[in-house]
Design a protein around this ligand. Structure first.
Ligand code: MRU
Length: 315
């Protein structure tokens, strides 16, 4: 099925009204669409920490507006450590003569980057004749201003009539794929299937996928990429099957000051996110648990990095 632009309704996850940052509470999706009105840095930091606002470019924009409302850089930077967009946006607004104008500029730049990523990425996938696409976590309009990153590429491919089907992973533990990507794909009217994370490598090996495309939270200087936990396993599966593994993200996610993936701080979150789902316990209380929110994919496993500047084959 080919989607047309007219059928692609866009989600607005964040807006600034002059006195407050208004965000769609992503912890309640896809069941409830409730907006939060955030007026100080503590509220924004809390919303970022508990993933009411999430996705690397989106938390950068949220933190930029928070700096304009209530400049508390250290509080905001501490909310989440892995995505470089957050600290970078905080520093940029802190150094700007007009904080609101700077925050609006960051927001506008990310929107423009999203549109360009969509076009460059769709050109690349169309050239590879990739029509059955697997993606991980959520990289759409909920995660980045505009159309998103990897999901923007997928949506653009659909506009061109070249998308057969999107396979979305659940993305445990917080289910950004099952809750958020499926919500966006349904709104975009794109054909999709949900799979558990552990099904993806086997399906890739069986030839059910032409390309894997994901977003990124930090790209190190050597091209290693930190992204939602589970990304590395998908890259290994793609390499083993001989299909492209593509990363999409704005240049605001590239961090030349981080030499390699080993230097990226990986956020470890509350073990209860793993021990339960939707408030229901999944295991014995107090079970020793690790909950890294991200992993690092070495540059050698990445076929291409799509940014607003074009497509770079990684080293
Ligand atoms: O923990 P999250 O939901 O903020 O993780 C998001 C991701 O890993 C995305 O892939 C990444 O931020 C890119 S978003 C366009």
């Amino acid at each position: 099925m080919a989607a047309t632009q007219a059928t692609q309704a866009r989600v607005v996850a964040l807006r600034f009204d002059g006195d407050a940052l208004v965000v769609l509470d992503q912890t309640l999706l896809p069941w409830r669409e409730r907006y939060l009105r955030l007026t100080d840095a503590a509220q924004v930091a809390d919303a970022i920490r508990r993933l009411a606002v999430r996705g690397a470019p989106m938390i950068g924009v949220a933190a930029a507006y928070a700096m304009a409302l209530d400049p508390r850089p250290e509080l905001l930077k501490a909310a989440r450590p892995t995505a470089v967009n957050l600290a970078r946006a905080v520093d940029r607004v802190a150094a700007a003569p007009d904080p609101i104008a700077e925050a609006r500029a960051i927001h506008a730049e990310e929107e423009a980057a999203s549109d360009a990523i969509a076009v460059h990425g769709a050109d690349f996938l169309a050239d590879a004749d990739a029509r059955r696409i697997l993606t991980h976590c959520n990289t759409g309009a909920l995660a980045a201003p505009g159309r998103g990153t990897a999901l923007a590429v997928i949506a653009e491919l659909a506009v061109r009539g070249r998308l057969e089907r999107v396979m979305a992973t659940e993305s445990r533990p917080l289910l950004q794929g099952a809750r958020l990507t499926v919500y966006e794909l349904a709104k975009l009217n794109l054909p999709h299937e949900l799979v558990v994370d552990s099904a993806a490598p086997g399906l890739i090996a069986r030839g059910a996928v032409d390309v894997v495309i994901v977003g990124c939270d930090r790209v190190a200087a050597n091209g290693d990429v930190a992204n939602k936990v589970g990304t590395y396993g998908l890259a290994l599966a793609a390499r083993a099957a001989g299909i492209p593994f593509v990363v999409a993200g704005p240049t605001s996610t590239i961090d030349a000051a981080t030499p390699t993936g080993a230097d990226i701080t990986i956020e470890e979150r509350d073990p209860n996110e793993v021990r339960s789902a939707g408030g229901q316990p999944l295991t014995l209380p107090g079970t020793p648990t690790r909950n890294p929110a991200f992993d690092v994919t070495p540059a050698a496993l990445i076929t291409a990095l799509v940014t607003e500047r074009g497509v770079a084959p990684t080293p």
